[in-house]
Ligand binder design. Structure first.
Ligand SMILES: [Mn+2]
Length: 253
């Protein structure tokens, strides 16, 4: 059973990166901005596929986590969901072909990549902000008991501005309305959610919906737009997505 972990950070700044999707230029810029003595860097998932440099992005984030285990946290996205033999549980998975081309046999590569996947977390909470890849799930009863069905929702769900909960047109996960989000946040004493998973919503700047309860960010240029990095200052932690959305760095133009 997995857990959503509480982070007790002493960092002065929390830097939050959205989907990377093989955008090595954006990732290198994030690493330039990141100061391991001052910052805590959170990646929200989806490191490979779509862009051309998924392998390099995974390896660079993996290295960073090994080098600065106290200062780097990476979440699992739906593009990091594989069975034990390396079969992707999502479509399309360009990474398999990219690895075959750049690193050789996928099955062998996956044996070591499992060590990277093991480091990824399902979700984290800092202060009164929850960070996930997709979205929250109404099925979460305890942060300590995240079963496989809930995990699937956390990496696949999307927020919508309507009320209620619906099946997701992606064919997996749910669309979660603002009444469901409000109830969830109230139950756990959390103010708002920072997530990625829909970089098209946040093409050139963080995107607010559900009256500031849901904030979507993107750190990839694969859909056009301008990838960005969200900045949270420890001495002025935002109380909602609207104020959080104001502090970000453009990674390139
Ligand atoms: Mn995703």
């Amino acid at each position: 059973m997995k857990r959503i972990e509480y982070l007790d950070l002493s960092a002065n700044r929390i830097l939050v990166a959205g989907d990377i999707h093989g955008d090595l230029v954006a990732l290198k810029r994030i690493i330039e901005i990141f100061n391991p003595d001052e910052d805590h860097l959170i990646f929200l998932g989806d490191y490979a596929d779509r862009g051309e440099n998924g392998v390099e992005c995974i390896e660079m984030i993996w290295d960073l986590m090994l080098k600065y285990p106290e200062s780097v946290t990476a979440l699992k996205g739906n593009h990091e969901d594989f069975d034990g033999d390396g079969n992707p549980l999502f479509m399309p998975c360009d990474l398999v072909y990219e690895v075959e081309e750049k690193r050789g046999n996928w099955t062998n590569y996956f044996k070591s990549m499992k060590n990277f996947l093991k480091l990824l977390k399902i979700g984290i909470i800092f202060d009164k902000i929850i960070f996930v890849h997709g979205f929250i799930s109404s099925g979460i009863e305890s942060m300590d008991r995240i079963d496989r069905n809930i995990e699937i929702e956390i990496i696949w769900n999307d927020p919508i501005n309507e009320f209620g909960e619906y099946s997701n047109p992606r064919g997996i996960g749910k669309l979660v309305g603002k009444d469901i989000t409000s109830k969830f946040l109230e139950k756990f004493g959390i103010n708002f959610i920072i997530r990625s998973h829909e970089p098209r919503k946040a093409l050139s700047a963080p995107f607010i919906e559900q009256d500031g309860l849901a904030l979507t960010i993107s750190s990839t240029g694969v859909y056009g737009g301008v990838p960005h990095l969200l900045v949270i200052k420890r001495d002025e932690i935002p109380k909602n997505g609207v104020s959080a959305s104001k502090n970000f760095i453009l990674l390139y133009q």
